[in-house]
Design a protein around this ligand. Structure first.
Ligand SMILES: N[C@@H](CCC(=O)N[C@@H](CS)C(=O)NCC(=O)O)C(=O)O
Length: 222
């Protein structure tokens, strides 16, 4: 995480002892509003989304961008899905990943520091960036989803993702999605919260840069 704008690796992960996800407070909590006094006004070409395809929260933001027909209006960059000690990294050489087309950064943390040089907190995806004010509008997925689904009526396809008659059901899903330590798919699939069973998840590693030398002949056992 970043502490006063400096990268630190001696901090805890966002999981508790059982491996459950622990949500921490995010810092950039503004919204794009179609309102003359708003700091962030809806405009095609002004905003940019940073996501990782491995992240369910970022995936939600990317889905709303697409469902609302905002692909041309809101650009997107995709970090390496494997996050290592230096945090989210731009790895355009990998399939499905991109450069940072805004700042040319190597790591997403540089985007956070560009928004706030003293930033303290985790460097998470998704991030909604404003080209005009050169800052992060918001880094909380559910709020980014709301912004994308509500503020860009004249820019996107006008689909209503919050229709009358379904709002209570939607709010209930959102509440569970944001308050329980579940993945979105668990929250959507089960009508009542169910205990999480713990299964060991496979460790994903980068391919080795240098191939191991071939093993020598096996030593026969006695
Ligand atoms: N508050 C965030 C949580 C997002 C989040 O935790 N993203 C994870 C990936 S799924 C992340 O970027 N983790 C990096 C870290 O914790 O250092 C949201 O819902 O937008």
């Amino acid at each position: 995480m970043l502490v006063d704008g400096e990268w630190r690796t001696d901090t805890r992960e966002m999981t508790d002892d059982t491996g459950e996800f622990q949500r921490t407070t995010t810092s950039f909590r503004d919204a794009v509003r179609d309102d003359p006094g708003a700091r962030f006004q809806p405009e095609a070409g002004r905003y940019h989304l940073y996501v990782a395809r491995a992240c369910p929260w970022a995936h939600g933001a990317a889905m709303v961008r697409r469902l609302m027909g905002l692909e041309d209006a809101i650009s997107i960059d995709i970090v390496d899905p494997v996050r290592e000690n230096d945090g989210w990294e731009f790895a355009p050489e990998k399939a499905g990943c991109t450069v940072d087309s805004i700042l040319g950064a190597d790591y997403l943390r540089e985007v956070y520091v560009a928004a706030d040089s003293d930033y303290t907190g985790r460097v998470t995806v998704p991030v909604l960036w404003d080209r005009q004010q050169e800052t992060i509008v918001n880094n909380e997925s559910i709020e980014i989803m709301r912004t994308l689904s509500r503020a860009f009526g004249d820019v996107g396809n006008g689909v209503d993702l919050y229709p009358e008659g379904h709002r209570e059901a939607i709010d209930n899903v959102v509440k569970r999605y944001t308050t329980r330590s579940t993945t979105a798919s668990t929250a959507l699939a089960s009508p009542t919260p169910r205990p999480l069973t713990r299964t060991p998840s496979p460790t994903v590693r980068r391919p080795r840069a240098v191939e191991r030398p071939p093993r020598g002949p096996a030593v026969p056992r006695r």
